[in-house]
Design a protein around this ligand. Sequence first.
Ligand code: FES
Length: 311
Amino acid sequence: MTVYEAELVVDRREFAADGVLALTLRHPLGEDLPAWEPGAHVDVVLGPELERQYSLCGDPADRSVWRIAVLREPDGRGGSAHVHEQLGQGDKVRVRGPRNHFRLESAPRYRFIAGGIGITPILPMLAAAEAAGAEWTLLYGGRTRNSIAFTGELGRYGDRVTVAPQDETGLLDLASVLDDIPDGTLVYCCGPGPLLDAVEERCPAERLRVERFSPKAQQVGESSEFEVELAQSGRTVTVAPDVSVLDAVRAAGVEVLFSCTEGTCGTCETDVLEGTPDHRDSVLTDEERESGETMMICVSRCRGGRLVLDL
Ligand code: FES
């Protein structure tokens, strides 16, 4: 599958809240950008070893621009600082995607829960849920009122949106939205890991859809050596215990797409033709893991001695 990749121009930069910079990106020749659906994200290539994923948070019907929003993270690994300090209006930046592992499935009712910058994929979902005539609410938390982005845009939804600054109201009242939810309700949640963990504890997995920005803490077994047969190239590589499938495959000279290398973005998702993956990513649902049809080769490994991958 070919993924769109282009140098886009930073069209507009504006602060959507304290520390949250919203950028719109357009094609330098004014060409339409690829279509996307709520929940999609793009890879933004900020430097040779600096690539980050940002959710598209604009209007999917407007193909002339993509909008992303970036929270400045003082203790981050450099991606957000680069965007805030070095990506100016009119600058070009390489962007790849869009890709979507957080699709809005059709449902009569939704409960949306967002923490901080986790509002970005949720924002276009609200418009889609509204257009579909679904019944929905949003519970949206942040550190302080000034740090909560896009409150102006959310104003049009009235009391379906509850904004909860932590310094005023404490931690999000998850019970108020998750206890006794009617049949047919889907819960969509995006935000910091502890919020997602708390929501996962309260909400049955079959009703819950989450997107993580950082890897989920999970118990993993020991890593041992195994073989990977690459069906398209007819080669077999050995994956040592301390090497990822991704690195082993690349070392063998096979080109594969990847971005985060920590199992959160879904870029390296690869079809599994034979064998059972040992899933260690933070993208696939329980059902998708169970099916064993695909795996994230940057972190996941093998149950048993051999996998056959569609590479
Ligand atoms: S590169 Fe992001 S999930 Fe593998």
